[in-house]
Ligand binder design. Structure first.
Ligand SMILES: Nc1nc2c(c(=O)[nH]1)N[C@H]1C(S)=C(S)[C@@H](COP(=O)(O)O)O[C@H]1N2
Ligand SMILES: [Mo]
Length: 201
C-alpha cells in the first residue's frame, strides 16, 4: 500500500481535504474572535448552572466539574470566518452529565456567558456525546482569550456556537436565537451545509 505523506493525514484515514468543509481554509494558528472584552472569572467565584424550562436549576462549582468524569476530545473546529483547525485537543466534561442532572423535556438550549453572549442550540446537538464543557486546551488550562476558565466545545457546528466564558445553559421549549443568530447568522450553523447566514438552506 502506498504510504501517505505526513502532514496531510491526521487521525484516522480521512485526508485533510476530505475533512475541510466547503468554503474553509486550514490554519495552524488559533485566532481569537470575541465580540467584546475578555471577562476574567476566578475559578473560586466560578459556577455553572443548568436551568430547566420550569425554573428548576442545578449548579456546579469549579471543583464539582473537575470531579466529574473527564473526556479528552481531539476534534476539528470550523469558524464561520472560514478558518478550520484540525486535531485540536481539549479536556472537559460531556454536557450529557450536566443536562441530564435536571428534569427537562425542552428541545432547545441557550448557552449563557459571563460577557453577556448567548447562542442557541438544539438539545439533540449538545447531548449524545457530541458536546463538552472544556477547561483545558492542548494540555494547558484554557487561556482567557479562548474562553477560560471554561467554554463550550460543539465541534460539529460553526465555532460561534461554542460559547466562551460560559456560565450556564437555559433549557427552552422554543428555539430562541442568541447573540449572532439575532443579527443574521444561521440558527443551526452546520459547516458541511455551509449554514453561515439566515436564509442559507
Ligand atoms: N462568550 C463568547 N463566546 C464566543 C464569542 C464571544 O464573543 N463571546 N465568539 C464566538 C465566535 S464568533 C467564535 S468564532 C469563537 C472563537 O473562539 P476563539 O476565540 O477561541 O477562536 O468563539 C465563540 N464564542
Ligand atoms: Mo466566529
Amino acid at each position: 500500500m502506498a504510504s501517505l505523506s505526513p502532514g496531510f493525514h491526521g487521525r484516522g484515514s480521512r485526508s485533510i481535504t476530505e475533512r475541510l468543509p466547503p468554503g474553509q481554509y486550514p490554519t495552524e494558528s488559533f485566532p481569537v474572535l470575541s465580540a467584546g472584552p475578555t471577562p476574567h472569572v476566578p475559578t473560586d467565584q466560578w459556577s455553572f448552572t443548568v436551568t430547566s424550562e420550569t425554573g428548576e436549576s442545578r449548579s456546579w462549582s469549579w471543583q464539582d466539574i473537575l470531579d466529574l468524569p473527564q473526556d479528552r476530545p481531539v476534534v476539528d473546529i470550523h469558524c464561520v470566518t472560514r478558518w478550520s483547525k484540525f486535531d485540536t485537543r481539549w479536556q472537559g466534561v460531556s454536557l450529557d452529565h450536566l443536562i441530564g442532572a435536571v428534569d427537562s423535556t425542552a428541545r432547545y438550549v441557550v448557552a449563557q456567558s459571563f460577557d453577556g453572549y448567548t447562542t442557541n442550540l438544539p438539545r439533540a446537538d449538545v447531548t449524545g456525546g457530541k458536546a463538552w464543557l472544556v477547561h483545558s486546551f492542548d494540555g494547558y488550562a484554557l487561556a482567557p482569550d479562548h474562553g477560560g476558565p471554561a467554554r463550550l466545545l460543539i465541534p460539529h457546528l460553526y465555532f460561534w456556537k461554542s460559547a466562551k466564558w460560559v456560565k450556564g445553559l437555559r433549557m427552552t421549549t422554543d428555539n430562541e436565537p442568541g447573540f449572532w443568530e439575532r443579527v443574521g447568522y444561521h440558527d443551526y450553523g452546520d459547516p458541511w451545509e455551509e449554514q453561515r447566514y439566515q436564509g442559507d438552506r
